[in-house]
Design a protein around this ligand. Structure first.
Ligand SMILES: [Zn+2]
Length: 419
């Protein structure tokens, strides 16, 4: 078996990008293709037809994830999966998501073209995850979240858009309410434009994401007592907004003194009754804590648990925690990070390890199998915008790295430690 990674057909990658960009194309050169709209359905119909033409077995699971499996090594061989998502933000760009899906197909085709008969030790799959963006249906990463076990199927099917339509209804309407079992990959590699400026700034070609940031979104209310701002003696005031002020200042201090990287904020504050001459009776804070390090985030949560009662006591009031939404921080598989760097080096491409603060399908998929996102540069870091742009040469570099990674994992029989 030749050791060199198979080159991706540049014309094929280019043609696939051009074709998939037709569905939901906007005059500004972007895309309007939110999940389970007619345009999204058309893009998925095109993908399924393209996969079938090339001999892939297409399946759709119950939450509408689309898979195309290329069986080269028999039913018992490990399955290596690559993909991303074909939905876009409203008036979004052409590359976010779509690139990862077509790069997967182009790279698998390159591996297939180069493999000697009998040298296939793995099977390969293209994945198109349903509702990555979370623009029309919340939360984001819905299809990959069900796949990874973060959400139940019933929860996901019952999500409603702004008009009250459910995911279940819209899957059925667009023809993607599937009944197939999802394939079971032994590794997942996702190509994506960076959606940030670091690669471009540093002049690097390939950016494996090593870590993803976690977030803790907490809604908490300080509870005082509404009173007249004139005659009420200072000693008798139970000012909810004063308590919130102590929390806000304390959060800033937490970030400034954290042992790791910690971002904190109160981005929204609801003051009741919000009148100039009433001591506020209630102040609801929308608190966010973000960090790339799970231990920093856990320490910040513990510190917040101390801060809330301390701030309330200092203001002479009470408090309540209304809701907590936890998104854990973590690491992508270090063997896949190494493999991306090895392949890039073999191709003479410069690399840079990155963090992702935003979400990607590879995060929930990573709960089931080793996973990674590998980024390529995009102009100015612009994303979720019609002006989103990536050079064809950069897209090809990324697809070549992917093909090389697939090639090496195949040669190792799916064992990442040996790849
Ligand atoms: Zn994306």
């Amino acid at each position: 078996m030749p050791d060199a990674a198979p080159p991706v057909d540049a014309a094929l990658l280019d043609a696939l990008m051009t074709e998939v960009s037709r569905f939901g194309a906007t005059p500004e050169g972007g895309l309007n293709r939110p999940a389970l709209t007619a345009e999204h359905g058309q893009a998925r119909d095109w993908l399924c037809a393209t996969l079938r033409e090339r001999g892939y077995a297409v399946s759709v699971d119950a939450i509408g994830n689309v898979f195309g499996v290329l069986d080269l090594a028999g039913p018992d061989a490990p399955l290596i999966m690559s993909g991303s998502h074909l939905d876009s933000q409203p008036m979004g760009g052409r590359f976010d998501g779509a690139y990862g899906v077509v790069a997967a197909l182009a790279a698998i085709e390159a591996v297939r073209a180069r493999l000697d008969p009998g040298a296939a030790r793995c099977n390969f799959a293209v994945a198109d995850w349903m509702n990555e963006e979370g623009a029309r249906f919340q939360p984001s990463l819905l299809g990959s979240g069900v796949f990874g076990g973060e959400h139940t199927l019933d929860f996901a099917l019952a999500r409603r858009d702004g008009a009250g339509l459910t995911v279940a209804e819209e899957l059925a309407r667009t023809g993607y309410r599937g009944a197939d079992a999802a394939p079971d990959p032994s590794a997942y590699i996702e190509m994506h434009i960076e959606c940030g400026p670091e690669l471009e700034k540093a002049g690097r070609a390939i950016g494996p994401f090593a870590r993803y940031w976690g977030a803790l979104k907490i809604r908490a209310a300080m509870i005082g007592e509404q009173a007249h701002t004139g005659p009420t003696a200072m000693a008798l005031r139970r000012d909810a907004l004063l308590g919130a002020a102590y929390v806000i200042a304390g959060l800033r201090e937490m970030a400034d003194t954290a042992s790791g990287t910690l971002y904190t904020s109160v981005g929204r504050l609801e003051v009741t009754p919000n009148s100039p001459n009433i001591v506020p009776g209630r102040a609801t804070m929308f608190i966010e804590l973000r960090s790339p390090e799970p231990e920093t985030l856990a320490a910040a949560e513990a510190a917040l648990e101390r801060l809330l009662p301390t701030a309330a006591a200092k203001a002479g009031i009470g408090f309540e925690v209304i809701s907590i939404d936890r998104r854990p921080a973590g690491r992508f598989d270090p063997r896949l990070v190494d493999l991306a760097e090895t392949e890039a080096a073999a191709l003479g491409l410069s690399t840079m390890r990155l963090d992702t603060i935003g979400g990607h399908d590879a995060i929930p998929v990573g709960r089931r199998c080793p996973a990674i996102v590998v980024a390529v540069p995009c102009r100015g870091g612009v994303c979720h915008n019609a002006a989103e742009f990536a050079e064809a040469a950069d897209l090809l570099n990324g697809a070549n790295v992917l093909a090389g990674m697939l090639w090496r994992v195949n040669a190792a029989g799916g064992a990442l430690d040996a790849a």
